[in-house]
Design a protein around this ligand. Structure first.
Ligand code: IPE
Ligand code: IPE
Ligand code: MG
Length: 248
């Protein structure tokens, strides 16, 4: 059965964030190199982006490469960077056709110049699209992002343009890479790991978490819809009582 039809159109998260994990283990299971798993993972990305368009998720943030992932073997890092360039260049027409706008967060200047150029080109080509905003987290970590925000705010205080007592959470949010978008209501992690791995620590403060044992290259539209349905069965209380929520 297509789970899409069971989704309540009035309660679709605006923003979904995904930790795409398990490519390496998936490849090992097939007796292949870890890189093969990363290649296969691209198909899952394509499906999930499409699924977002179908049900009306407006923002999709995908954790594609963390600050800590730079510590992997050089061959794997190089292959991931190459895959990124090749995929972006290959998929841009398809993104454009589907009305997908590409954006990035993370320490983009640390990526190889060819990656930066490919990303910038795709960002420019898709800039006017509005069906889904696809945000790739690349060379990203939340502690890196928050540290930068603190530095920028401290500089304003130093220069006298901001008083320390005027610092608010809104003000901090303005200095995060994600300032243009609402916080994710749902965070999905594949591969059975139950951790956040330095991803959107601030922005996930009140997100619902969904964990699945499915490895990322096996994650398909129906798996995504299943996660959305699980989200729709949660009661989001934001500190209030269940009674207060049901009265509204
Ligand atoms: C996720 O899959 C992709 C990246 C982190 C780039 P992994 O490569 O972490 O796969 P596992 O967790 O080793 O199976
Ligand atoms: C998190 O996956 C980063 C990405 C999915 C890009 P990892 O596989 O690197 O996470 P840990 O280190 O096992 O927590
Ligand atoms: Mg992993």
């Amino acid at each position: 059965m297509d789970l899409k039809h069971s989704i309540d159109k009035n309660n679709v998260p605006r923003h979904v964030a995904i930790i795409m994990d398990g490519n390496g283990r998936w490849a090992k299971q097939q007796g292949e190199d870890r890189i093969f798993g990363h290649h296969e993972g691209v198909n899952s990305v394509r499906e999930v982006v499409e699924a977002c368009g179908e049900i009306g998720v407006k923002f999709l943030t995908l954790y594609a490469f963390s600050t800590e992932n730079w510590n992997r073997p050089k061959e794997e890092v190089d292959a991931l960077m190459e895959l990124l360039v090749a995929t972006i260049s290959l998929e841009t027409p398809n993104l454009n056709k589907k009305g997908v706008k590409l954006q990035v967060i993370g320490d983009i200047l640390s990526l190889p110049p060819s990656c930066q150029a490919e990303l910038q080109e795709s960002i420019n080509i898709t800039a006017a699209n509005s069906t889904v905003t696809l945000i790739l987290a690349l060379s990203y970590s939340s502690k890196w992002e928050i540290t930068n925000a603190v530095k920028e705010i401290a500089k304003q205080v130093e220069e006298g343009t901001l008083k320390s007592q005027d610092i608010t959470s809104k003000n901090i949010e303005k200095h995060l890479n994600t300032s243009a978008w609402p916080d994710p209501e749902l965070m999905i992690r594949t591969s059975g790991e139950h951790r956040i791995s330095n991803f959107l620590l601030w922005q996930l403060a009140y997100a619902e978490f969904y964990f699945t044992d499915t490895l990322w290259p096996d994650f398909r539209k129906q798996d995504f819809f299943k996660a959305i349905l699980a989200y729709q069965n949660r009661e989001r209380r934001f500190g209030k009582t269940s009674e207060q929520i049901s009265q509204n």
